[in-house]
Design a protein around this ligand. Structure first.
Ligand code: LLP
Length: 428
């Protein structure tokens, strides 16, 4: 459920009309709903608690929100107040999580290629765990921990060889993917780490893909993770926690309905029953996607003689790359729907690439130049993947709370964009 709905013929975010935000901030602009973020977090946590799942400390499992989905500080701070942790993949994300008030003890550091400085920063900050993705990385962490005189708490990322996800580019759990190590390697690395005084292996982690629409691959992967926990324990190695990653899909209109948080939690409870490990999760999309929209304005309706109709927006692939990159479907809704018959059109942006197409041959409600439209479910991997391609300014971000709203990332000025670059002395 989200808090974007039509009221009196106009699309609102909570108690704020979207047209008011667009009128004041301009378009394109990302708009997020605090109530939706909070609700999604709460629904997940309740599902985990009701299924009897526990975290390492015996309380509810750690929900380490995947910062990459939407790293805006205001979004992170909203979730921090709910008790969220953070799954991070760079020093930048760790710094964001800390700046938003997420305690280091709830931050995990994942990612297939961590730099030495980043590992040092993570250890100095005292984050909860580093998810080790490879043998060379384990060696590097051991070296940094030794040089700092601080033991590193680790979870070994296993690649369970179960591929899942809404698109090949967001599938991570196949043996051919770069992420994590095999089961046998994990067993060896875990034992090696346990023998190193500067390494503290405390558990295992996996993340098999994103936008997963069925529990079956998750369950298969988690069962294999359980077997590994049992094998490690049989060798006398302590395993205190399992971080089961993220990946739960959201309903993007034309996709199969994803599993509910309650069904997901019940499955995890079944698989981990009696195992006595603390659990952690790294959800991103399921918290943020439906908590945000990208607002854009129709610049032109362009009809080509061959009969194709193009709705040209002021938002482009640099603002929302998911359709170009993953053929992703985002519902496109007029902010003030007009009466009249629907039309078939392509919706495109102004960027100089044919790939700057949000959708083709979509049946759309009537639209005219100047109308505002909202790309729905754009709160995850929207702003966070945006760029300045074609020297377009990054879309600003707005957070709504009831009738209140605030710009949480302003649109930069052209002067700011140019001031970031410098001329080398020989061109002066
Ligand atoms: N944990 C790890 C280690 C991850 O790599 C990811 C996402 C997550 C958690 C969060 O997954 P989620 O719950 O959001 O599915 N840009 C793509 C999605 C890439 C996901 C990458 N990893 C998209 O727009 O669909």
């Amino acid at each position: 459920m989200n808090h974007f709905e039509l009221r009196d013929g106009e699309l609102f975010c909570e108690d704020t009309p979207l047209s008011r935000i667009a009128g004041s901030v301009g378009t394109p602009v990302y708009v997020y709903s605090s109530a939706t973020l909070e609700r999604h977090f709460q629904v997940l946590r309740s599902a985990f608690v009701e299924a009897g799942l526990k975290g390492e400390d015996g309380g509810p499992p750690l929900i380490a929100y995947a910062v990459k989905a939407n790293p805006n500080l205001a979004v992170l701070a909203t979730l921090a107040r709910m008790g969220a942790g953070a799954d991070t993949v760079s020093e930048g994300e760790i710094r964001r999580a800390l700046a938003a008030g997420i305690p280091p003890g709830r931050i995990v550091f994942s990612g297939a290629g961590k730099r030495e400085e980043e590992i040092r920063f993570a250890l100095e900050t005292g984050i909860s765990e580093i998810n080790v993705e490879s043998e060379p990385e384990l060696r590097l962490i051991a070296r940094v921990a030794l040089s700092l005189g601080r033991p590193a708490r680790l979870a070994v990322r296993v690649n369970p060889d179960v591929a899942a996800g809404g698109h090949a580019k967001i599938t991570t759990g196949g043996a051919g993917n770069k992420f994590g190590v095999s089961f046998s390697e994990a067993e060896r690395l875990y034992a090696e780490a346990a023998a190193d005084p500067w390494l503290q292996p405390v558990g295992l982690t996996c993340h098999i893909g994103s936008q997963i629409s069925s529990l079956a691959p998750l369950e298969a992967a988690f069962r294999r993770m359980r077997e590994l926990v049992e094998r490690l324990r049989a060798r006398g190695l302590p395993v205190l926690m399992l971080d089961l990653g993220g990946g739960l899909g959201v309903p993007y209109f034309n996709q199969p309905d994803p599993p509910s948080p309650a069904d997901y939690a019940a499955m995890v409870a079944r698989v981990t029953d009696g195992l006595g490990v603390g659990l952690a999760f790294e959800p991103g999309r399921v918290i943020a996607a439906n908590a945000g929209v990208l607002l854009a304005q129709v610049l032109h309706i362009h009809e080509r003689p061959e009969g194709r109709r193009f709705v040209v927006l002021d938002a482009a692939m640099n603002d929302l790359i998911r359709p170009a990159m993953y053929d992703a479907y985002h519902d496109i809704r007029p902010v003030r729907p007009r009466q009249g018959p629907s039309v078939i059109a392509d919706v495109v942006g102004p960027v100089c690439e044919t790939g700057d197409t949000f959708t083709r041959d979509r049946e759309l409600p009537p639209l005219e130049s100047g109308d505002l439209v909202a790309f729905m479910s754009a709160g995850a991997y929207g702003a966070s993947m945006s760029s300045e391609y074609n020297s377009r300014l990054m879309a600003p971000e707005v957070l709504v709370r009831g009738r209140d709203w605030a710009i949480v990332r302003p649109r930069p000025t052209y002067e700011e964009m140019l001031a970031r670059e410098a001329r080398p002395p020989w061109l002066d």
